[in-house]
Design a protein around this ligand. Structure first.
Ligand code: ASP
Length: 335
């Protein structure tokens, strides 16, 4: 694997920045890193790649999978990490502006990976740092209800791998189920669908959590076929991918709503395994509640645990591309 030839990558802020060649390439790099790790000496080689680099994990919203997978991905590439997980432990409590805090962190690290409840923070931080003498790449690791670009990438990688003998992601029917209005995961992944040929989306939700008009407009604009429906069983019968999501009730206070914990009519249970196509897959970004019955975990079509593991591999590829790009820029400046 040639680290000097990794694709160019700076900020990762929104799925809008990706095109099909990049999506294909990042999946290839993810695969190559996995294969390198399994070779004798592969782990050591990976650890030596970016051993002088430091990443900041600024995660002021709860996270298990995304935080840990980024942290381990960095460690496996030899990148040291520092973190803020609770804003009460940073100078934000002394009323330092968030952007000043971020500029301070950027003085010490090479890349900032950010999850925050503040709408648009990653984008604003990137624009702010770009105007300083020490710009640093920002990775959006989940922003409010808006976007979760690295989750969308790992979902694409999971689909591509699951359908590697069936033409990859192209031509598939994807049923998104649950809180489609507020799931940043679904919003980001839906926006990537137009890069694949002949996709069909089934948008299964209770009326109050229908997909938002901006995403429907995006699908219309890019001529992605979709159908909004409450027929969960019909969607399970038809789909190649059943993508389950949790009710995102952490946004209730801001939205002035009080959501039920889950919607039993949209729970995926063992009975659904009987109507799911033999070659279909079930995905869920985690954390799950009652919408996905643990009794389905052992079915070979249930890919959510694998999907979660793919998160670490894919994020390792993202960090490697960002740091290799930084290195190339640094070398060019020295010449
Ligand atoms: N882990 C995902 C996210 O951070 C999905 C979820 O929380 O339901 O958006």
């Amino acid at each position: 694997m040639d680290f000097d030839r990794l694709p160019e990558l700076g900020h990762v802020l929104s799925v809008d920045q990706f095109d099909r060649p990049f999506l294909d390439k990042i999946c290839d790099v993810t695969q190559e890193i996995r294969e390198l790790r399994d070779k004798p000496d592969g782990k050591r080689l990976l650890k030596e790649q970016f051993a002088d680099r430091t990443a900041m994990l600024y995660f002021t919203q709860p996270s298990s999978r995304t935080y840990t997978s980024f942290a381990v991905a960095c460690q496996e590439l030899g990148v040291s990490i520092v973190d803020v997980r609770d804003p009460h432990t940073s100078s934000e409590v002394k009323e330092e502006s968030l952007l000043d805090s971020i500029r301070t962190f950027s003085s010490y690290v090479d890349v900032l990976i950010m999850r925050s409840p503040v709408e648009g923070l990653a984008r604003d931080a990137a624009a702010y740092l770009d105007a300083t003498p020490r710009p640093r790449p920002i990775v959006n690791a989940g922003n409010a209800k808006d976007e979760h670009p690295t989750q969308a990438l790992l979902d694409i990688y999971t689909m591509r791998r699951s359908f590697k003998d069936r033409g990859g992601v192209d031509g598939k029917t994807v049923a998104f189920v649950g809180d489609l209005a507020r799931s940043r995961v679904v919003r980001s992944l839906a926006k990537l669908m137009y890069h694949y040929y002949d996709m069909q989306l089934l948008l299964v939700s209770p009326p109050e959590f229908r997909m938002k008009p901006d995403i429907l407009a995006h699908l219309d604009q890019h001529r992605v076929r979709y159908e909004e429906t409450a027929d969960f069983n019909g969607a399970v019968r038809q789909a190649d991918v059943v993508y389950m999501t949790r009710v995102q009730d952490e946004h209730d206070a801001a939205d002035g709503t009080r959501s039920p914990r889950s919607f039993p009519e949209f729970h995926f249970t063992q009975e659904h395994l009987g109507i799911l196509r033999p070659e279909a897959i079930v995905m869920h970004p985690g954390p799950r509640r009652d919408e996905l019955d643990p009794a389905t975990d052992d079915d070979p079509r249930s890919k959510y645990w694998r999907q979660m593991r793919n998160g670490k591999h894919l994020r390792e590829a993202v960090i490697a591309c960002i740091l290799a790009t930084l290195q190339r820029k640094r070398n060019e400046r020295r010449r």
